[in-house]
Design a protein around this ligand. Structure first.
Ligand code: HEM
Ligand SMILES: *[C@@H]1O[C@H](CO)[C@@H](O)[C@H](O)[C@H]1NC(C)=O
Ligand SMILES: *[C@@H]1O[C@H](CO)[C@@H](O)[C@H](O)[C@H]1NC(C)=O
Ligand SMILES: *[C@@H]1O[C@H](CO)[C@@H](O)[C@H](O)[C@H]1NC(C)=O
Ligand SMILES: *[C@@H]1O[C@H](CO)[C@@H](O)[C@H](O)[C@H]1NC(C)=O
Length: 380
């Protein structure tokens, strides 16, 4: 690890020397990338981790002495996802908040018991939109030079906080990017989370009833107030999944009643900390468990994707994939969103993007009957 860091720093220094100061490091063309690769070698891309072995994939104390909470220091990066922030603060992910995809898959499997395919679906999707495919590193928050020299624009390598990729509008505890920092926990919004739990949830907990009502409110509110609201694929899928996730993963696996107490919610969302003695889910959680819950909240308050053209002017986009069209959302990510950042990759860059696209499809197809699509052709 130290050697790799040294390699990155050295490379940055060399590139900074080779490139006039007024040019962004992101401004490489293909020739420069190939020279970089020739000079420095390429980041090794490990295969995605296997599922946790049978017998080690069950209920477990995860806030344990080997994974103590340590608050993020001034140079540690945190971002919009309360789960990944918390896992970083407990050392299930690198504490600095910069990680390889395989580390992220392992971290969410071990720390919260995400099923292997479910973990890979989230991680490789995010990595393709927000990571650096050349160095195989991604920030769980803001863009950082710690992920190494970027591929050419329009690639963003923006980290998970990058608005308009995985991160999008209508979050439960973060404001829309139009209003301020879209990655940081917002107490006012969390008070609304508490109020909806008090009004709709069993015994004041954040349960599926509360989820359905809060999720609907978090769309109605920005429709009325955010003139630049975007609520289309792929954001619609993450928005609805993330509303449900806390009722599963943030509830202690010994109780596992899908009723998240406000105290536990406060720990994960605000403190980025597991509650004392926290146990993860008793079995790996995959789409088979999550999809019916997402469908249930959608059916209570169905919506059509759309964008605001000014406040309170939500223009429906019925020809973009609906929440129910999982394969359509997969195709939208692969054929529209990713080529938007990598319109014409060549050589090594193309090879590593295709590798990650294969990892992504592998996860998609584990529990969905989608057909693989190829933005850059099938040949390698
Ligand atoms: C496994 C890889 C994961 C990745 C790459 C990921 C990434 C993200 C990103 C980019 C966001 C920001 C979306 C936005 O609000 O605009 C987010 C939000 C969120 N994530 Fe994750 N996440 C992952 C796993 C999880 C897990 C296991 C949970 C379990 C509870 C979780 C819970 C949430 C919640 C609740 C939010 C919404 C925060 C809010 O709306 O206030 N995530 N995640
Ligand atoms: C939190 O959100 C509220 C409501 O959207 C907003 O008025 C407030 O300015 C936000 N606070 C911060 C610190 O951004
Ligand atoms: C309701 O919540 C309180 C704590 O807020 C708890 O002590 C009590 O056992 C809960 N009641 C039920 C029926 O779950
Ligand atoms: C999904 O989880 C369920 C329940 O744990 C399990 O029976 C099923 O085999 C899993 N499916 C996959 C594809 O892993
Ligand atoms: C999966 O999709 C293929 C092609 O559309 C179809 O022929 C097949 O019957 C589907 N299988 C299942 C299990 O739905």
């Amino acid at each position: 690890m130290a050697r790799f860091t040294a390699f990155l720093i050295l490379s940055l220094v060399r590139l900074a020397v080779a490139i006039p100061a007024y040019e962004s490091l992101a401004g490489f063309d293909e020739r420069e990338i190939n020279e970089f690769v020739t000079r420095n070698g390429v980041a090794h891309i490990p295969n995605p981790p296997a599922p946790l072995p049978a017998g080690q994939d069950g209920l477990k104390l995860v806030n344990d002495p080997v994974h103590p909470f340590i608050a993020a220091g001034p140079t540690d990066i945190r971002g919009p996802c309360p789960a990944l922030n918390t896992l970083a603060s407990h050392g299930y992910l690198p504490r600095n908040g910069v990680a390889r995809p395989d580390q992220l898959v392992t971290g969410v499997m071990e720390g919260l018991n995400l099923g292997n395919d479910f973990a890979k679906f989230l991680v490789y999707q995010a990595f393709l939109m927000n990571g650096n495919p050349l160095t195989n590193l991604m920030s769980i928050g803001m863009k950082t030079p710690e992920t190494g020299p970027d591929p050419p624009k329009p690639a963003l390598v923006g980290g998970l906080s990058q608005h308009g990729t995985f991160e999008g509008d209508t979050s439960m505890t973060r404001v829309d990017a139009f209003f301020g920092d879209q990655a940081v926990f917002n107490e006012t919004l969390f008070q609304e989370f508490i109020a909806f739990s008090a009004k709709y949830g069993f015994n004041g907990t954040y349960d599926l009833n509360a989820v359905a009502e809060l999720r609907n409110q978090r769309l109605l509110d920005p429709i009325a107030t955010n003139p630049e609201l975007v609520f289309t694929s792929p954001r619609i899928l993450s928005a609805y999944s993330e509303a449900v996730f806390p009722t599963i993963f943030f509830v202690d696996g010994r109780l596992n009643n899908r009723q998240l107490t406000i105290d536990a919610a406060r720990h994960f969302f605000d403190f980025q900390m597991m509650p004392t003695d926290f146990h993860r889910q008793p079995a790996p959680v995959n789409f088979t468990l999550v999809n019916p819950l997402v469908n249930e909240i959608f059916n209570k308050h169905p919506f059509t994707p759309g964008v605001n053209h000014g406040k309170n002017n939500f223009v429906l986009m019925p020809n973009t994939p609906a929440l129910s069209d999982f394969c359509g959302i997969y195709e939208d990510i692969v054929l529209r969103v990713i080529p938007g950042q990598y319109p014409n990759p060549n050589g090594h860059l193309k090879k590593v993007i295709k590798k990650n696209l294969d990892f992504f499809f592998d996860a998609v197809s584990a529990e969905h009957n989608c057909t693989q699509v190829f933005p850059y052709g099938r040949d390698y």
